[in-house]
Design a protein around this ligand. Structure first.
Ligand SMILES: [Zn+2]
Length: 332
């Protein structure tokens, strides 16, 4: 934890100021171990392995804990990175571009292993605060250690230990795994300053009826399976998807005549899009689908209502790969 993070923290219980009470280990910019304390109430939050821990994991609702555990394992297992994910990230938050981040104070709801956090810090954000409930925060900390403008905290999106101090908040691929996606969205928006912006990318209900009827029942079994076993088992459906994207979807979508044919293929936009990814990445996509205990598929109509709820202005909602929604808007 860098001391500059203190400017953005607030007690998740009483919204009081947070002070650094005790430093028991540090390395350069980073406080590696110590204690944060609320000014206004007796709450104390430990800093463990460089990450402030605000989530009361012992008293967390079971479904949140299960999701955090699943993704924590997944993100630690699949901690690869690659420059082509720059574009993937920007596709999820379009119309935002990399130069949008310069000088901004950014909040990331659900950072996993910190892949985006590192990019945003490199794109010139003034500060970027990445939040995750899972143990993947340890990976995210390692990925961003020593970057003066990148911060990682372990916290619940529904009880953010933050001030309303952000120019931009975003969440990609996380809200639909929360027990109440709409409340998670509102919670993030509540930390954005007046005139700031918000982005969210979520699974769509449209075109995903087959996942709801086919994958959801499977997921009920696989999400409670031993992670290592599921990791290996998920290689079978991943291999089918991998071969289909590399041998059928990618080649057909390359030529004009093939494209006409490809339009009739099952889930073409999405499978063509992911055909660019290597085996590891495709395997991680399949694994993530099978390991998640909760996933909601949200219709455009419902997603629009989220933005309406928070009074967002100049909202743009666009269809991504014909299976998910991305939204961007200004917070009044
Ligand atoms: Zn307090």
């Amino acid at each position: 934890m860098k001391r500059t993070l203190l400017n953005y923290l607030a007690c998740p219980v009483c919204a009081g100021d947070i002070k650094l009470n005790l430093v028991s280990a540090e390395d350069g910019l980073e406080v590696l171990a110590g204690e944060l304390q609320c000014h206004s109430c007796p709450k104390i939050f430990p800093i463990v392995r460089g990450v402030p821990r605000f989530a009361d994991l012992a008293n967390l609702e079971e479904d949140k804990q299960a999701t955090a555990d699943s993704f924590g394992w997944s993100w630690q297992e699949f901690s690869h990175d690659d420059a082509k994910y720059d574009q993937q990230f920007l596709d999820w938050i379009a119309p935002v571009t990399s130069d949008f981040f310069a000088g901004k104070v950014v909040l990331e709801g659900g950072c996993g292993k910190g892949r985006h956090t590192r990019r945003i810090a490199g794109w010139g954000a003034k500060e970027t605060v990445a939040v995750d409930l899972s143990d993947a925060v340890d990976v995210a900390f390692t990925a961003t250690r020593g970057l003066p403008n990148a911060h990682v905290i372990q916290a619940d999106i529904f009880r953010l230990p933050l001030r309303r101090a952000f120019d931009y908040a975003f969440s990609v691929g996380v809200l639909h795994h929360l027990p109440n996606p709409r409340e998670g969205f509102k919670s993030l928006v509540s930390k954005v300053k007046s005139g700031g912006h918000m982005s969210a990318w979520i699974y769509g209900a449209e075109n995903n009826g087959w996942i709801v009827s086919l994958v959801n029942p499977v997921r009920r079994g696989t999400s409670s399976m031993n992670r290592r076993t599921l990791f290996h088992l998920s290689k079978f459906p991943a291999a089918v998807m991998y071969l289909a994207t590399k041998l059928i979807y990618a080649p057909l979508n390359r030529g004009d005549s093939g494209k006409k044919l490809a339009r009739h293929l099952f889930y073409n936009d999405y499978l063509n899009y992911i055909s660019r990814f290597n085996w590891r990445e495709q395997h991680s996509i399949v694994f993530d689908h099978l390991v998640a205990p909760t996933a909601f598929y949200i219709s455009r109509e419902e997603f629009e209502a989220w933005w309406h709820d928070v009074g967002a202005e100049e909202v743009t909602i666009t269809w991504h790969n014909q299976n998910s929604w991305r939204g961007f808007g200004r917070i009044p």
